[in-house]
Design a protein around this ligand. Structure first.
Ligand SMILES: [Ca+2]
Length: 256
């Protein structure tokens, strides 16, 4: 069962925090809800550490599938034959704006409403909005899983290279719909730079660095976590998009 769960999707994003906490049996974290004595440890400031705990964070979500992916071809959630278009639920993973939430009184928590936006909206009592866009097509990396495995000698380098290949591709790629309409002429990464992020202190102004990208791989063959709270890159990506003052927007991986 665990293997099936791992095999279904590999999430790269904040979701791992939830998984890590779920595996931590120390119940003292939950006593009385006093932040000073719980997860914050010896930190004296209450608030978002790497991201703001309130406000609007606009994220980009990218679904990725390798050409040589053959795992669980008939998956009810992400069947192989959906290529290259996204299964319907993928488009609803985040709402595009803060006006799209369903009436909270009538929530059924079906697949139509139980998305990331709704989750953070409810968990923050309406203070934090995770909204954004889902890249409209499944992205196929330029190389097969076998190529990345054989060409690079450790898992860090493999995922860094795949992320780099995917993100540089969608920066300029033209996306055509099934009916032949042009949906997108390259991602405008400046849309996802709205914050100057610090440590517990965040300013709601762009700083030339993309704030948050969620990469979702249908399957990664290398032994790893099912989710990773970071965006591994081995080099800074300077996108073709600019802020109004001319600053080119960059994608800076975690740990860089
Ligand atoms: Ca930023």
């Amino acid at each position: 069962m665990e293997e099936k769960r791992r095999g279904l999707f590999v999430f790269v994003g904040l979701i791992i925090f939830t998984l890590l906490l779920a595996q931590t049996p120390d119940t003292s974290y939950w006593e009385c809800g006093t932040p000073e004595d719980s997860l914050l440890g010896d930190k004296d400031q209450v608030g978002g550490w790497r991201l703001p705990e309130e406000g609007i964070i606009r994220v980009l979500v990218v679904f990725v599938q390798f050409e040589d992916d053959t795992i669980m071809p008939n998956s009810r959630y992400w069947p192989l034959d959906s290529m290259p278009y996204l299964p319907d639920w993928c488009r609803l993973l985040v709402y595009p704006d803060t006006c799209s939430y369903p009436n909270i009184e009538n929530l059924s928590h079906t697949s139509d409403s139980a998305n990331l936006s709704q989750y953070f909206y409810e968990m923050s009592f309406g203070r934090l909005h995770i909204i954004g866009d889902v890249y409209p097509k499944i992205v196929v990396p330029p190389h097969t899983m076998e190529w990345y495995s054989n060409s690079l000698n450790d898992n860090d380098k493999r995922i860094e290279k795949v992320n780099y290949d995917v993100l540089t591709y969608i920066d300029t790629a033209v996306v055509i719909s099934e009916s032949g309409d042009t949906l997108l002429k390259g991602v405008d990464f400046s849309l996802y730079d709205n914050w100057t992020l610090g440590s517990y202190e965040h300013i709601n102004e762009p700083d030339g660095k993309v704030d948050f990208i969620i990469m979702i791989y249908r399957w990664l063959p290398w032994p790893w976590w099912s989710g990773l709270a970071g965006l591994p890159l081995d080099t800074v990506i300077v996108t073709y998009d600019s802020l109004p003052d001319g600053t080119r927007v960059k994608i800076v991986g975690t740990g860089m």
